[in-house]
Design a protein around this ligand. Structure first.
Ligand SMILES: [Fe+2]
Length: 384
């Protein structure tokens, strides 16, 4: 029997108004002067205003500093600039607020705070990850779940490719999930980020690694998303639905410490080559990916169907899959996530480059069934 490590260690404070606890949490972690890491788009939102109000007025005498230059897909220079700001302002901890990008940049910046001039591309050779500045993650979208992740996805200067910088020491000391911070998310972003979380839950549950704890979390994540995402999409001010989506997104990311699958391999090149939103890319590929897997491993989605509250326990394997996949297709369509890739600007001429990058992507290597380069081409053609 292979040895497996199970880890669910992130301390998480959840609830409407949880942000108000931040000053006490900072004191508890010994942080006197945090660096806030975010992107320019967040500065004018209510979420950032609430954070600034909680920490005290900006300006003279303020006890926090700001770096707001993170790109939508964070680049190495964002991480470098955040680390410089940290040192210049004498900070002693990082608070990242926003979607996955600021959270990933803030997470990784602590490595360059500790080791100025460190070559991020060589992170896998780094022997000593101890002593990173404490990190607090405050997500304002319910999708990537980066707040509970041990990795940071950064586009490196040298290769222009995304590198997944991974180490358990990168994890947050505290996550604050405050649904009040997500009330202002527009419906399209709510739907796309929620579809990312749904894809995390479905792909992590169906990948073959032995991890029954993650499986349970993934299936409950599916149940929460099926219940709450349509509500959050239609009624942005539904605080309960927003809260359930925040937890479900974190659950999806906890579950995918198990692994992901072919849908994420299809989605990653759509972001790097076609600038498509990651959640949207997953949503547009999810149904095709599920059909592909179910045809080769009948019955794969029966328990996902149960989590969607479908009567599939007594069906044949093929029928259980078919009903579950049809439900997911209708569910995504009800959220406006049923377009073809070409409707979002993807061109036929990009197909081979997409296939090549998708095949290089590691996610499909842990898919429920093996995936060839030709399979990826057929899947793209199906959704193009
Ligand atoms: Fe994802």
């Amino acid at each position: 029997m292979n040895l497996t490590t199970f880890a669910f260690p992130t301390r998480t404070l959840f609830g409407a108004g949880a942000l108000k606890e931040l000053p006490a949490c900072l004191a508890g972690l010994g942080i006197r002067r945090p660096l806030i890491v975010t992107d320019a788009g967040l500065l004018n939102t209510g979420a950032f205003g609430a954070l600034a109000a909680t920490l005290g007025p900006a300006g003279q005498g303020k006890n926090w500093s700001l770096y707001s230059g993170v790109h939508p897909n964070p680049i190495e220079n964002d991480v470098r600039e955040a680390a410089v700001a940290f040192r210049e302002h004498g900070c002693d901890g990082v608070i990242a607020i926003g979607g996955g990008s600021p959270l990933d940049a803030g997470k990784a910046a602590r490595l360059l705070v500790k080791r100025p001039g460190f070559n991020l591309a060589a992170f896998y050779d780094e022997p000593d990850w101890s002593g990173l500045a404490p990190f607090i993650a405050i997500p304002t979208t319910a999708g990537t779940g980066s707040e509970v992740g041990r990795s940071s996805v950064i586009t490196l200067e040298g290769t222009k490719r995304k590198a997944v910088i991974f180490h358990p020491e990168l994890m947050a000391k505290l996550v604050i999930l405050d649904p009040e911070l997500t009330l202002g998310l527009p419906p399209k972003i709510t739907a796309a980020t929620g579809a990312d979380a749904l894809t995390h839950c479905i792909e992590s549950y169906t990948c073959p690694a032995f991890h029954p704890m993650c499986d349970g979390i993934a299936l409950e994540g599916v149940r929460l998303i099926v219940e709450a995402l349509p509500r959050a999409y239609r009624t942005g001010q539904d605080l309960e639905a927003r809260g359930k989506m925040l937890v479900a997104a974190a659950m999806g990311a906890v579950a995918f410490q198990k692994d992901l699958g072919v849908v994420h391999s299809l989605a990653h090149p759509l972001s790097t080559l076609c600038s498509m939103h990651h959640g949207l890319a997953n949503a547009l590929c999810l149904v095709a990916g599920m059909k592909f897997c179910a045809a080769r491993k009948p019955g794969l989605y029966r328990r996902v169907g149960v989590a969607c509250d479908l009567e599939v326990m007594k069906c044949t394997d093929a029928e259980a899959d078919q009903r579950t996949i049809a439900f997911i297709a209708d569910f995504l369509a009800s959220l406006g996530l049923n377009a073809k890739l070409r409707e979002h600007g993807v061109k036929n001429e990009q197909l081979e480059a997409l296939v090549a990058q998708a095949f290089e992507d590691p996610c499909h290597k842990t898919n429920a069934v093996p995936v060839t380069s030709n399979d990826l081409r057929k899947l793209y053609e199906e959704v193009l």
